[in-house]
Design a protein around this ligand. Structure first.
Ligand SMILES: Cc1ncc(COP(=O)(O)O)c(C=O)c1O
Length: 425
């Protein structure tokens, strides 16, 4: 059997196309780039097997929030495998209990119980089950263009096309979507008093990070209280310090009934996600101890890793760094916007950013151009004019300068291509 570390890129892409992900390989080709294959990885960078170094600001939606292969996270993993295995999910467990206590302490309002999951999707499914059980209602209201994962219930709560493709869209009166930032539409959906939960990404990632308008999220929370609906904050992409608050909802003054986390909780090393529930809505944990069962959810190795992740983010200066570097990058991006008409708008809350370009496929054009100049950033799937721009939490000043230089080069390349395209018409 060949060693995967020693295979060359072309062979890997061919095997992947044959056995794993033909559609994805093809999409990258259509975008005009070869599919990247990750080789070495370290800090903010990974190296494609063809040798190029890429500054990663896609970071898999926050998975590499603390950088690729953060040494402290790796040390925690090593320590964990010396002591633990996945554990038995039917038992009480030290690493699980300790991590849940830390999550309760770090979470807003009266969030108390953690139900562990192996993915953000599973955690969102837990939230939906919890809300339905707690309210006796079925309807879930989410935002048009939201993304909550690809398993059963959360798939139905997200983009309709993704769900209906697999005949997995829910009954139309069970999964209702309203435009983000539209309080009147939200009230219309909640007013009949039949909604179990509003499920909202605090800043919707796949929609290109449109920022919540002032008062929107607290307004939704007030409507939830008025109509007896629970508020579920999907913080899979926006939590864990990325906005400069520990959770993005906190910055908007909202205390959710359920908070969902994942991606970065893993330290990029061991899958880990969680639904954090208030005592009130978590009542089913008394009634029905096996109401949600997940063999790998809350693996003891993963809990030990996640504990270290939280300890790092809690350190003095880490959240302040996110805010400071955000301002620095914000100023630099604004200067680029002045010079480059192609860059129309910079959306920014901490290190959660979206760059909107003057072309309906502008974000996708930037993904391809970025790859050529050494920047890995991905466009927003439901708003392709926008490039998601998500630097890691521990970024330093000099790295911000390097990053801005790469963005400048990628935009220039897009502008050149547009000129050539226009001249050729
Ligand atoms: C906001 C949000 N929620 C949920 C998920 C699903 O997480 P996972 O891929 O771990 O199932 C994602 C994944 O991209 C996400 O961005």
């Amino acid at each position: 059997m060949g060693d995967a570390m020693e295979m060359d890129k072309r062979a890997i892409v061919e095997l992947a196309a044959r056995y794993v992900c033909p559609g994805r390989v093809n999409t990258f080709k259509l975008l005009g780039t070869q599919p990247p294959v990750m080789g070495r990885r370290e800090g903010h960078y990974f190296w494609d097997l063809d040798g190029r170094r890429l500054f990663d600001v896609h970071i898999n939606g926050g998975t590499f929030n603390l950088g690729h292969r953060n040494p402290e996270v790796i040390a925690a993993l090593r320590e964990a495998v010396e002591r633990y295995d996945i554990g038995n999910h039917h038992f009480a467990s030290g690493p699980r209990a300790r991590l849940a206590e830390t999550l309760a302490r770090l979470s807003p309002g009266d969030l108390q119980y953690t139900v562990f999951a192996a993915s953000g999707s599973e955690a969102n499914d837990i939230a939906i089950k919890t809300a339905r059980r707690a309210t006796g209602r079925r309807k879930i209201v989410s935002a048009v263009g939201s993304y909550h994962g690809h398993t059963g219930l959360c798939l139905a709560a997200g983009d309709v096309q993704n769900a209906s493709y697999f005949l997995s869209d829910g009954a139309p009166d069970e999964f209702v979507q309203v435009p983000f930032n539209d309080l009147a539409a939200m009230e219309e959906a909640l007013a009949p008093g039949d909604a179990a939960a509003v499920l909202l990404e605090t800043i919707p990632a796949t929609l290109g990070f449109p920022m919540p308008t002032p008062g929107y999220l607290p307004g939704v929370k007030a409507l939830c209280e008025k109509y007896g609906t629970l508020y579920v904050a999907d913080e899979v992409q926006t939590g864990l310090g990325r906005t400069g608050d520990f959770w993005a909802v906190e910055g908007y003054g909202v205390e959710p009934d359920v908070l969902i986390t994942g991606k970065g909780l893993s330290g990029g090393i061991y899958p880990m996600a969680a639904a954090i529930l208030s005592a009130r809505v978590g009542d089913w944990l008394f009634d029905n101890g096996w109401g949600h069962v997940s063999t790998f959810g809350g693996s003891e190795i993963g809990c030990h890793v996640a504990q270290t992740v939280l300890e790092i983010i809690e350190r003095p200066g880490v959240l302040a760094n996110a805010r400071e570097m955000s301002d620095r990058l914000g100023a630099g991006l604004e200067a680029l916007r002045q010079r480059h008409p192609f860059l129309l708008e910079v959306r920014r809350n901490g290190l959660v950013m979206g760059l909107r370009f003057d072309h309906e496929m502008g974000g996708a054009m930037m993904t391809a151009a970025g790859y050529e100049v050494g920047l890995w950033a991905f466009f927003a799937g439901f708003e392709r004019s926008v490039l998601q721009f998500k630097p890691g939490l521990l970024i330093r000043r000099e790295e911000c300068e390097e990053l801005l230089g790469l963005v400048d080069k990628a935009i220039s390349l897009c502008e050149e291509r547009r000129e050539i395209g226009a001249a050729g018409r």
